[in-house]
Design a protein around this ligand. Structure first.
Ligand SMILES: Nc1ncnc2c1ncn2[C@@H]1O[C@H](COP(=O)(O)OP(=O)(O)O)[C@@H](O)[C@H]1O
Ligand SMILES: [Mg+2]
Length: 285
């Protein structure tokens, strides 16, 4: 179903140690993303989305499990390789526009900045910056400072910066978190445009389920795990629960409370169906 795998996570754990306390941010994430996919990761605040994205970006290292992105094994990577990985393999867009753009450089120079570390000549850089400006329709803002353009234009500029070194993977953490609905939709459509025209694999993290209308596949996270998946084909959306490698499933709270099943249930199955049945207590005589 998925083309060649670009991202492969299995049993991914991340534990943060804060003084004597341990916070388990990811508890066994399994995730496959193919080259050229446009995908979102949706979940409430604290569900582990940013932690997962930061691991994929090479900013954090996992505590256990496997994570492979392209030819890079991010668990075994050393610091030097991580720097190389971040430079050539991923572009990153943050929620805070201030984190994406250098405030005292105009948009043109912001897009050119990541290219300085590569060995492109001045004219090659110009050609590439002009290409990105044209592609993302940033002509009218290219000579302005970030503070003099709108929030939506800043995020589209941030996409251009992220694409400066032509990475095969674009990651965005709540890229529309500070934008109104209409501007958000515009920025998401730009991401789709990048995906469709450059073939870049795009992963967008958000707490806003409306994203499901802009992507083909959306992963739902809860409490550090992948719990559901929504697949959209044309206008039709299908929702699935995800079964982890140990056979675990998270049942949505609303279904659980409607059934009045509490901590135990009896399990019955046939060839294509598994049922959880409420235990009926027999009255003792
Ligand atoms: N650097 C950190 N140190 C300690 N705890 C962290 C750190 N980063 C995230 N966490 C914790 O990990 C959990 C998941 O956080 P995060 O990945 O930021 O979730 P999300 O992006 O879905 O809101 C939260 O409980 C959060 O407090
Ligand atoms: Mg977050």
């Amino acid at each position: 179903m998925i083309n060649k795998l670009h991202i492969n996570c299995t049993g991914l754990y991340k534990i943060f140690k804060v003084s004597d306390l341990e916070v388990v941010a990811l508890r066994g994430v399994d995730l496959d993303i193919g080259y050229g996919e446009l995908i979102s990761i949706v979940g409430a605040s604290g569900s582990g989305k940013s932690t997962l994205l930061n691991i994929l970006a090479g900013y954090e290292s996992p505590s256990a499990g496997n994570v492979q992105v392209g030819d890079f094994d991010l668990l075994g990577i050393n610091q030097k390789e991580a720097v190389e990985y971040r430079k050539s393999e991923v572009g990153f867009v943050w929620q805070q526009t201030g984190k994406n753009l250098v405030p005292y450089l105009d948009i043109y120079s912001n897009i050119e900045l990541p290219m300085m570390a590569s060995n492109l000549s001045r004219s090659e850089r110009k050609e590439r910056v002009d290409g990105l400006i044209e592609f993302l329709n940033l002509n009218s803002v290219s000579s302005r400072l970030p503070e003099n353009i709108s929030g939506g234009e800043q995020q589209v500029s941030a996409i251009a910066v992220a694409l400066a070194n032509q990475p095969p993977l674009l990651l965005a953490d709540e890229p529309t978190g500070e934008l109104d609905d209409e501007t958000s939709a515009m920025v998401l459509e730009k991401m789709r445009y990048v995906n469709e025209n450059y073939g870049t694999t795009v992963v967008i993290v958000t707490h806003d389920p409306k994203i499901e209308d802009h992507v083909n596949r959306s992963i739902g996270m809860r409490d550090g795990k992948v719990v559901k998946e929504v697949i959209r084909k044309e206008k039709k959306k299908s929702e699935f629960v995800v079964i982890d490698s140990f056979g675990g499933v998270q049942i949505p709270q609303e279904i659980l409370s409607k059934s009045k099943i509490e901590s135990k249930a009896s399990l019955t199955s046939d060839k294509s169906k598994i049922s959880l049945n409420k235990i009926i207590k027999k009255n003792k005589k």
